[in-house]
Design a protein around this ligand. Structure first.
Ligand code: PEP
Length: 256
């Protein structure tokens, strides 16, 4: 089963609108060649930078994603952004359930599930993050934790919807720490995720789901990670903040 590689940059709480446009313009120059046709390239700026980046990315192969979405259509949810607001702003993807949201903002598998349904209803393409803490990995609980996150996060999702959802496996101990899961460990864990998806949605759907690795991925390790059978790209934090490092990572991931 061949799946199109997807590399997404999560800018987190970095970049003003002007800085975001500068980065996208630099990326457009570096990634202009049709040799990048077989990779999906996504940037996920903060909400205030989205509009400017959507404009800057127009007509290029760079797609734009948000970092979160609320589950309600509208209403008294001060500080929140709806799926329709994102969609009508030209946003295509949305990250849901990043470990920083789970860790600092009370995100649970139930809220991930609600956000996911709202995103799908609005026609957004979700990138759903899952991953274990260091103590869970050390305690031999990785598979159990991931299974719980998958069953809760994807509850009530149809096979047709699932086939178009991107899963980002991000071991929390590898995010922003410089520690990367070895390609073998990452592959073994991705294979478990696909097996769980197969149990829920069947082999055909599970075979279509793109599973990204995230956690200190950079140009140095991207090639070996993305070469693994069940690793279909990356969700990138630090290395996505500069055009040189992000473009170099994409080249390595594509085996260039
Ligand atoms: C992330 O925040 O999703 C991430 C993977 O960050 P980093 O690449 O900096 O570890």
């Amino acid at each position: 089963m061949s799946r199109k590689v997807i590399i997404a940059g999560n800018w987190k709480m970095n970049k003003t609108a002007a800085e975001g446009c500068e980065l996208v313009n630099a990326l457009k120059e570096k990634l202009g060649c049709s040799c990048y046709d077989n990779v999906d390239i996504v940037v996920c700026p903060p909400f205030t930078t989205l509009g400017a980046v959507v404009e800057a990315a127009k007509g290029s192969r760079i797609k734009v994603g948000a970092q979160n979405v609320h589950w309600a259509e509208s209403g008294a949810f001060t500080g929140e952004i709806s799926a329709e607001m994102l969609k009508t702003s030209g946003v295509e993807y949305v990250i849901i359930g990043h470990s920083e949201r789970r860790q600092y903002f009370g995100e649970t598998d139930a809220t991930v599930n609600s956000r996911l349904k709202a995103a799908l209803n609005a026609g957004l393409k979700p990138i759903v993050c899952i991953g274990e803490l260091l103590e869970e990995r050390e305690g031999g609980l990785t598979e159990k934790v991931l299974t719980t996150q998958i069953r809760g996060g994807f509850d009530g999702i149809t096979g047709e919807q699932m086939a178009n959802i991107v899963v980002a496996y991000e071991p929390v101990w590898a995010i922003g720490t410089g520690k990367t899961a070895t390609p073998d460990i990452a592959q073994e864990t991705h294979a478990h995720i696909r097996k769980e998806l197969e149990a829920m949605f069947g082999a055909e759907v599970a075979g279509k789901v793109r599973i990204q690795y995230g956690g200190s991925m950079k140009a140095d390790n991207a090639r070996e990670l993305v070469a693994q059978a069940d690793i279909d790209g990356g969700l990138i934090g630090g290395a996505a903040l500069k055009a040189d490092s992000f473009a170099a990572l994409i080249d390595e991931a594509m085996g260039k």
